[in-house]
Design a protein around this ligand. Sequence first.
Ligand SMILES: O=c1ccn([C@@H]2O[C@H](COP(=O)(O)O)[C@@H](O)[C@H]2O)c(=O)[nH]1
Length: 269
Amino acid sequence: MTAAFFDRLGDRIDRIDSVVSVGLDADPSRIPEHLHGADLPRWAFNRRIIDATHEYAACYKPNAAFYETSDGWRALRETIAYAHGKDVPVLLDAKRADIGNTTRQYAELLDHADAITVNPYLGRDSLQPFLDRPDKGVFVLCRTSNSGGADLQDLDLASGEPVYERVAALADLWNEHGNVGLVVGATAPEELADLREQVPDLPFLVPGVGAQGGDAEAAVAYGLADGVGVVNSSRGIIFAGEDRGEDFAGAAGEAAKRLRNRLNTYRAD
Ligand SMILES: O=c1ccn([C@@H]2O[C@H](COP(=O)(O)O)[C@@H](O)[C@H]2O)c(=O)[nH]1
């Protein structure tokens, strides 16, 4: 039987001593010019990034937004297969959920990836087909890293708790198979601390360090549950070498290593 996602992720974190999630947001407008003539430029780019970063990558996190064209999906499939060939799990940042028959289609994305991000706004039934995959990770958007994340997620309910806390409580209830985590931004360190106390057993995906300037120390201190969880940087790693021409991937490898080392200074022994 396939090990559960968080067991696999925990093994990977231990094996390479890294909680870095490398975000594969292959923005076509930022792909180096010398790759523009490739059959699938996003795949050509990602392959070089993966070659340079895999030893620091607890997981790869492609954001589906960068692949939603026919060539994009082909590039994504190649990318996922290549990451798996390097033994690195893939968390597809797709932020999906819909009514039943539609969400069943969305859940088929998990046939390709090891984990996915989902939107809790439509409630439990919209997430059930994802939750019903015990071998796959399901990260529920809880307190997002963007400035507008506070607009709804920080609102207090009549009970006095903020919406993000209610989402965490529901996610904890939905975690019948031990496959649920939360997405909590590093730009919201107070909410991170609050949520870690509320749901001590749920691993977090913490985006927002790097280009968004979030709090890396808080990301590590509160993002991990029993050592399991990941801290993501996308642009800060994959575009670190924009001024390095054909050596762009070397710079990405250095950036991933730097982030791994920095995050490790905050990890408990
Ligand atoms: O709250 C959230 C949820 C998802 N993201 C995604 O993570 C990466 C962050 O990219 P950077 O380049 O490191 O800023 C990107 O795919 C976002 O869509 C997030 O930032 N915040």
